[in-house]
Design a protein around this ligand. Structure first.
Ligand code: BES
Ligand code: MN
Ligand code: ZN
Length: 489
């Protein structure tokens, strides 16, 4: 998709398709469109209440020379990046089912224009990509050419901003594509190879460990989970080191390419979406890709633990004890609590490299969805400043994360009679006991954990959101990292 930023009047737009955002609390023709046929039509439809401008409402208008996608942006003073992103996904989805030559987006005249413009461009890129990766006949097409039109002179939107949004939007789509890929096509080795290709193209340095190396590095958790599968595990390290002496941010991702539950087998319905249990790893890889493509002056290292969780003849059994990378022993009492086992090794190893801060992302617990619903991530951590900054950047990006407790009494629930820890807590607070388990492996590194079991996946096709992988938190993480570049570490 060829993207350009153009400064011109509405009348000068040559595109056959225009995306026009309107506000709920405005009356009359949209600004700049008074006297035009499109402007008068919007006004008439507003008066007749056929169009309201409520957030995400999409109406198609056809004039002889131009077709307009009128999309509601809600109340003007409440427009934020999340609303802008979602509205553009909705608008784009409506017209991207066929190839389109040239589509123009009219940027609204609002405060914080650059941030809104970025979110909109990201939304358009995400909206032109669907989950139908293996359809014989595609049902979604990127626009051949996409023009972002700014008409006002105040608070200019810069081309840099648009370029950043393009890179971020494409990274979100990479994470979505990886999650949407059928599990047979993304065994740990194949997924690692695919990530290598994308990462190297972006200029990252890539290291991939095979099973022998993983065993030699004493990753007892990752080896334990992989034991039930014919497919060997992989551990991937992606490096972007362009920040000089600044401290390093470590990003750690859970990459279970299919979670059957292991011998603690999931019921079939709960297994349907478990190809997406590698989303944490996909989000880390995609974030790294964007950071590299943008050439951000930062040090970031991504660690991806990739394995299947299967029921093969050598699968770990309940009561087995694994010795983890940091020497702690873990009694396995539920093989479906596998994410924490592989993350434990990855977190220990990452912490040994002395990063300044560490963030992990994992589709870790169904309990987190019980607590927060399907669209909000659980945010845990041992460092308030890190958690607060992450939550603030997420909020401003329009992604949702909610801070959860990590009090020490939850550690009691992980006590084992035979080993240092067991891999399940009790009946209650499952997302917290899982996070508490992870905390045992981060040492004193400032660390945050995002449980993305809910927001990583959409069960159904919605106007503002496709079914399947969502690529959640790529947008937040890239901004979080860009911000640390400005702050110098
Ligand atoms: N991958 C699942 C968590 C999950 C569930 C993600 C639903 C997305 C949607 C994880 O490995 C798991 O199975 N967790 C168990 C933990 C339990 C056995 C302590 C769970 O949540 O049931
Ligand atoms: Mn599981
Ligand atoms: Zn899992």
């Amino acid at each position: 998709m060829k993207i350009q930023l153009v400064r011109q009047s509405v009348g000068a737009i040559k595109s056959r398709w225009i995306i026009l955002g309107i506000f709920e609390d405005e009356t009359g023709p949209p600004p700049g469109l008074a006297g035009t046929s499109v402007g008068e039509t919007v006004d008439r439809l507003r008066v007749s209440k056929d169009v309201s401008g409520s957030s995400g409402e999409v109406t198609l208008l056809h004039d002889p020379a131009v077709s307009v996608v009128v999309v509601g942006l809600g109340k003007k003073d409440r427009l934020d990046a999340g609303t802008a992103f979602n509205a553009m996904v909705a608008a784009t989805k409506r017209i991207a089912g066929k190839p389109r030559e040239d589509v123009a987006l009219l940027l609204p005249d609002v405060s914080d224009r650059a941030a809104i413009a970025e979110a909109m461009v990201e939304g358009v890129i995400v909206g032109t990509r669907g989950p139908g990766l293996r359809l014989a006949e595609p049902n979604r097409y990127p626009f051949a050419s996409f023009s972002i039109v700014t008409t006002s002179d105040g608070d200019p939107v810069e081309a840099d901003s648009i370029r950043r949004a393009e890179v971020i939007g494409e990274a979100v789509n990479l994470a979505r594509d990886l999650a949407n890929t059928p599990p047979a096509e993304k065994s740990p080795s194949r997924l690692a190879d695919r990530i290598r290709a994308a990462a190297e193209e972006a200029g990252l340095s890539v290291e991939i460990w095979d099973a022998d190396r993983i065993r030699a590095e004493r990753f007892g958790g990752l080896m334990g989970v992989a034991a039930g599968s014919d497919e060997p595990p992989r551990f991937v390290i992606l490096r972007h080191e362009r920040g000089g002496d600044a401290p390093t941010l470590a990003l750690v991702g859970k990459g279970v390419t299919f979670d059957s539950g292991g011998l603690s087998l999931k019921p079939s319905a709960s297994m349907e979406d478990m190809k997406s249990d590698m989303t944490g790893a996909a989000v880390v890889a995609s974030t790294m890709q964007a950071v590299a493509r943008l050439g951000l002056p930062v040090n970031v290292v991504g660690y991806l633990a990739l394995t299947e969780n299967m029921t093969g003849g050598r699968a770990m059994k309940l009561g087995d004890v694994l010795t983890m990378r940091n020497g702690k022993t873990v009694e396995v009492l539920n093989t479906d609590a596998e994410g924490r086992l592989i993350l434990a090794d990855a977190l220990s190893y990452a912490a040994e490299q002395s990063p300044g801060r560490m963030i992990d992302l994992a589709t870790l617990t169904g309990a987190c969805m019980v607590a927060l619903g399907p669209q909000i991530a659980g945010l845990f951590g041992n460092n308030d400043a890190l958690c607060e900054e992450l939550q603030e950047v997420a909020r401003r990006t329009g992604e949702r994360a909610w801070r959860m407790p990590l009090d020490d009494d939850f550690k009691e629930m992980l006590k084992s009679q035979v080993a240092d820890l067991k891999n399940i807590g009790g009946k209650w607070g499952g997302a917290i006991t899982a996070a508490k388990f992870l905390e045992q492996f981060v040492g004193s590194t400032p660390w945050a954990h995002l449980d993305i079991a809910g927001p990583s996946w959409s069960d159904s096709d919605q106007p503002r959101r496709d079914a399947g992988g969502t690529g959640c938190f790529v947008r937040t993480l890239v901004r979080f990292i860009a911000r640390s570049a400005q702050a110098g570490g």
